[in-house]
Ligand binder design. Structure first.
Ligand code: MN
Length: 443
């Protein structure tokens, strides 16, 4: 007899007709859209002029109003879509991965069937005329530290002899963040105030605006299915708990962080504002872009059994390219385009997203729909793929040259940071995440 498929294996997304490269939507401009062709169909929360926030699906430069579409969808999908008459995706994803998949397939069908043009067109709105919101009501936010090159780069600056702590290769390191200060792309970031310390021990700390404001390039992993308190999630089932991904900028005040982080980890240096991109690219949409987790070095320990699953190692990572651009006030005034600071892959994670879910719940901690797990800063192994300014400028020692003659070691007021991401693979249509953008304003 064949072994029972674990729940996780049964719910891990599969490649199906919604991923066919030749599929085209009849919505004008969607087929050529760099991020949102019909193969993607990310979920988000929007409001059109005069209407309340509600759930929608992006198609090209348009948004399909889910609750409004319920009336023309087959009954199983309509049931899920009607939950979209809410200001968060939580009730939509409460139908489970199978329900969301059913809805995504039905939306794909009406957006690719030209005979549905006349009945669907009134349910579409222009995205640029809409306001976007946080996609989920976020109960809890946890930020991990899975970018091993980032951990080594930062560790070397703080502890030259001992960059990685001895727990790093056994424990997915993380801390509980602050969900109340997460904002969607486009909301300005006010420079935080905080305590900072001069390098010499004798000088007391001062309170004032941070002078070392930084960004962190991360992916947001959205929890689509929770667990009960006291009931850990088996690693083989953990992948099925992931709703999808967005981009995350974990703004960080490095001078505040350096003074406060021992012994309990980051606190005010990272709780003043975090930015997420508003579209959730679903686990289903990302099925073609699953890849093997990069092998650990032979000298690294194996993960403990409760964090190890062969199928997760074989296909639990995501081949997603991420980049960071910035534009200063002077660059905007001179009409210069944003300058790319770095570009790298999400496979810089030392742990898979399923390992993060399994570890988080391994104590019996209860995760819930809409919880957000940050990956940690994802830096590659070279300078062109470093995901924070602290790494690129070597802690402020090497200024970064910008077009127009300016330099930066950390962010100044008026600087705008823009993150993007996409997945592509031979034989499939490229899909993207849209933007995670915000501008720094003075304290
Ligand atoms: Mn972070």
């Amino acid at each position: 007899m064949l072994g029972r498929l674990s729940e996780g294996a049964a719910t891990v997304s599969k490649i199906d007709f919604t991923h066919e490269a030749n599929a085209r939507s009849w919505v004008a401009g969607a087929a050529d859209h760099p991020d949102f062709p019909v193969q993607n169909l990310p979920f988000g929360v929007f409001s059109a002029a005069g209407s309340l926030p509600r759930c929608g699906v992006a198609i090209g430069d348009h948004i399909l109003d889910l609750a409004a579409a319920a009336g023309i969808l087959p009954s199983a999908a309509a049931d899920v879509a009607s939950s979209g008459a809410a200001a968060s995706l939580n009730p939509v994803f409460a139908h489970g991965a199978a329900g969301v998949d059913e809805l995504r397939k039905a939306v794909f069908s009406i957006l690719t069937d030209a005979s549905r043009h006349d009945e669907v067109t009134p349910l579409l709105v222009q995205a640029d005329a809409c306001e976007m919101y946080l996609p989920f009501e976020i109960g809890d936010y946890t930020d991990f530290y899975t970018g091993i090159h980032h951990a080594e780069n930062i560790g070397r600056q703080l502890r030259p002899d001992n960059p990685l702590m001895p727990n790093y290769k056994y424990v997915p390191i993380g801390y509980h963040g602050r969900s109340s200060s997460i904002r969607p792309s486009g909301v300005d970031v006010r420079r935080p105030l905080g305590q900072t310390k001069a390098p010499d021990a004798a000088t007391p700390p001062v309170y004032g605006p941070t002078r070392r404001l930084d960004y962190e390039l991360e992916m947001a992993i959205w929890v689509g299915k929770g667990n009960s308190l006291g009931q850990p999630i088996a690693i083989g089932d953990a992948g099925g708990h992931i709703a999808g991904l967005s981009l995350l900028n974990d703004w960080s005040a490095r001078d505040v962080q350096a003074w406060e982080y021992q012994p309990l980890g980051p606190f005010l240096a990272k709780n003043f504002h975090s930015t997420v991109s508003p579209w959730v690219v679903t686990a289903q949409a990302l099925a073609p872009f699953r890849v093997a987790q990069p092998a650990r070095a032979d000298s690294d320990p194996a993960p403990l059994p409760h964090l190890w699953d062969a199928s997760d190692q074989a296909a639990g990572a995501f081949a997603i390219m991420m980049d960071v651009r910035m534009r200063t006030a002077k660059m905007r005034a001179e009409n210069r385009p944003a300058f790319q600071l770095s570009k790298g892959s999400m496979t810089a994670m030392y742990w898979t997203p399923a390992q993060l879910i399994a570890h988080h719940a391994s104590s019996g901690c209860n995760l819930a729909i809409g919880d957000l797990l940050g990956t940690g800063t994802l830096s590659g192994s070279d300078k062109a793929s470093m995901g924070s300014m602290m790494e690129i400028s070597l802690g402020g020692r090497e200024p970064i040259g910008l077009p127009g003659g300016e330099t930066r070691i950390f962010l100044e007021d008026g600087d705008e940071v823009v993150m993007g991401a996409y997945a592509e693979r031979e034989g499939f249509r490229r899909i993207g995440f849209g933007e995670c953008r915000a501008c720094v304003v003075g304290a």
